[in-house]
Design a protein around this ligand. Structure first.
Ligand SMILES: *[C@@H]1O[C@H](CO)[C@@H](O)[C@H](O)[C@H]1NC(C)=O
Length: 266
């Protein structure tokens, strides 16, 4: 999928001026996530990683650990127009004759249609062949894949990348006047509700625009680096600011890793 600079520009016209640098909010009254019903199918090759790339824009990242074998496409309700990219779910199937009791954790990397029922509220997972096979007790992954479509239960879980900090990939085509970032390895909620950027020597956080998948952009400039980036999670409005994470002499297609991550809890 190509980036859409024009689209980003149009969106930017609608944004209010300035940014919001308010402190992190979290809701202390949330209860433990419940298991909810869904359906699941699988795609790609039987032992494979599902998509090549996917609608979140993670590209070749999905072929390697920690994404490898945990790739999942989700229906629109969980994809949330791309803001659900990066969220993690535990899924498990129910047929005792073939299903493992162990849940499989998947990361949202792609979008799938709503599944067998076209109802908008229906939740459907389209898993990589490997992740689908892992739902089965050992030796039964072929049997479960032959069923094709199964019922399962899912619940939200915290993303845990261990040892990894949040990274910002500068998308190809970025310039000092149009900067697009892809967010990788976000622990905890994994999703993103808003992003802001701050230029060198400035106190102002400027809102970035969500373009597609886990990609955000900003038009303006020339942007003066090093750039700081602030993330706010979609599910819980937790914020994290990575000071000067994008160096002054950043280059397109490079990935800059911060020294931070959210805590790996929901
Ligand atoms: C996050 O903040 C926005 C804007 O203040 C608000 O509309 C939204 O309901 C909040 N979300 C959560 C999950 O608290």
């Amino acid at each position: 999928m190509q980036l859409l600079p024009t689209l980003c520009f149009l969106f930017l016209q609608l944004l209010p001026r300035g940014g919001d640098a308010s402190a992190s909010h979290s809701n202390p009254h949330r209860s433990a996530p419940h298991w909810l019903p869904a359906t699941a199918t699988w795609y790609g090759s039987p032992e494979g990683d599902g998509s090549s790339g996917g609608a979140c824009g993670y590209g070749s990242l999905v072929d390697v650990k920690p994404f490898k074998a945990r790739v999942g496409a989700v229906s629109p309700l969980l994809f949330k127009n791309g803001e659900g990219c990066g969220a993690c779910y535990k899924v498990r199937c129910l047929d005792k004759s073939i299903c493992s009791k162990r849940a499989v954790t998947i990361i949202v990397t792609d979008q799938s249609p709503s599944g067998p029922s076209a109802r908008a509220k229906h939740t459907h997972f389209d898993l990589s062949g490997a992740a689908f096979g892992h739902l089965a007790i050992p030796g039964h992954s072929g049997i479960i894949r032959n069923r094709g479509l199964i019922s399962l239960l899912y619940r939200r879980t915290a993303c845990k990348y261990r040892e990894k900090n949040i990274a910002f990939h500068v998308n190809a085509g970025s310039t000092a006047y149009w900067l697009s970032l892809l967010i990788e390895y976000e622990d905890g909620e994994g999703d993103i509700g808003s992003m802001h950027i701050r230029q060198a020597g400035s106190k102002e956080w400027i809102a970035m625009k969500h373009i597609w998948g886990a990609n955000w952009c900003i038009v303006g400039g020339p942007l003066k680096g090093p750039l700081s980036v602030k993330l706010t999670t979609l599910s819980n409005n937790k914020t994290l600011s990575a000071a000067d994470v994008i160096p002054k002499k950043w280059v397109p297609k490079a990935t800059y890793t911060s020294r931070l991550n959210f805590s790996p809890v929901l």
